[in-house]
Design a protein around this ligand. Sequence first.
Ligand SMILES: Nc1nc2c(ncn2[C@@H]2O[C@H](COP(=O)(O)OP(=O)(O)OP(=O)(O)O)[C@@H](O)[C@H]2O)c(=O)[nH]1
Ligand SMILES: [Mg+2]
Ligand SMILES: [Zn+2]
Length: 309
Amino acid sequence: MHALNMPTTNQGIVVRKTLNSYLIGFGEAHVECTLSTRLKKDPNADPVVVGDVVVWNEAAQITGVLPRRNRLSRRGAVPTPGAYAREQVIAANVDQVVPVFAAANPRPAWTLLDRTLVSAESADIPALVILTKLDLVEGRPEAEEIEAVAAEYRAIGYAVVLTSTVTGRGLDELNARLAGRLSALVGKSGTGKTSLLNALDPGLGARVQALSKATGKGRHTTTTSEIFALPSGGSLVDTPGIREFGLWDVDEDDLAWFFPEMRPYLGRCRFGLDCRHDEEPGCAIRKAVMDGRISPYRYQSYLKMRVEP
Ligand SMILES: Nc1nc2c(ncn2[C@@H]2O[C@H](COP(=O)(O)OP(=O)(O)OP(=O)(O)O)[C@@H](O)[C@H]2O)c(=O)[nH]1
Ligand SMILES: [Mg+2]
Ligand SMILES: [Zn+2]
C-alpha cells in the first residue's frame, strides 16, 4: 500500500485516568476517551492504566490495549468484606519506579520503601529512591539517619537522591536522572511528590496542599494518576498518596531474589533452594546478616513480607 493511503491509526498513550474517562496523548494532541463495552467487561481489575498504549475508534472509545512492556502493581483494597483482593496496576510501561520519602513530616516508614523496591524488582523495573524535605532535618540528628539510609541503599546498588524543594538541593541531579525516561513517583500522601514535579517544571502549578494540622499527615491532594512531560525531556507519573504497598503476585519462594543483596547467597544455604532463610540451620543469608554483609533491617523486611505479603 502507498504510504499516503495508509489508514491513520488512532494510537496514543494514556496520560490521565479518572473514574470513567481516559485522556490519551498522541504527538502534541490529546483526546478524551471512554472504554469500549468489550474492555469494560474485561475481568482484569485494571484493563487500561496510565502508561498504556491504546487504540480508539470514531466514538472516542478505547478499543484495544497494546501488550504491556511491564506494569507496577500492588495489592488493591478489598472491595467488600470477604471479597478477594485485586491487583491494582499503578502504571504500565514505565522505565523507572521512584519511591519518594520525606526526611520528616511525615516520618519515613522504611518498610514501605522495601515493599516498593521488591515490587519494582519483581516487575523488572529499575528504581530511583528520592529522600526529600531535607531542609527540615539539616543540622539535626535526623539528618544522620537519612544519610545512613541513603548509604545503605546505595551499597545495595540503588540510586538515591537527597532533595529539597525549599532549598533546591538535589534538583539538578534529579533532573539528570529523570531525563529521557518515564518515571513513576510512588509514596505516602504528603511526602512531596507533586511539589517535586512543580519544582522540576515551575510552569506546571500542579496542586499541592499543606499537611493536616491535626494529624500531621498528607491530605491526599493528588487524586488521579497523571503523566507530566518535563522540560528536560523525561516524563513523570504523579500518583495519589498510598498508605501501604501490599505485594501482588510475588511468590514467597522468590522473595529473596527481589532483595538484590541476597542474590549472591541464594542456593548456598544448607537446605539449598528450599531454605526460607528464617531459622533453618546453615542459612547463608542469616550468616551474611550476622557478618554485617546484609542489613538487619532489610532482613527483617524480608521476614515480614514472607509472613505478610
Ligand atoms: N519543608 C519542605 N516542605 C515540603 C517540601 N516538599 C513539599 N513540601 C510540603 O509538603 C506538603 C505536601 O506536599 P505535596 O507535594 O502536596 O505532597 P504529595 O506527596 O504530592 O501528597 P499527595 O498528593 O496527597 O499524595 C506541602 O505543604 C508542601 O509544601 C520540601 O522539600 N521541604
Ligand atoms: Mg500530590
Ligand atoms: Zn537460607
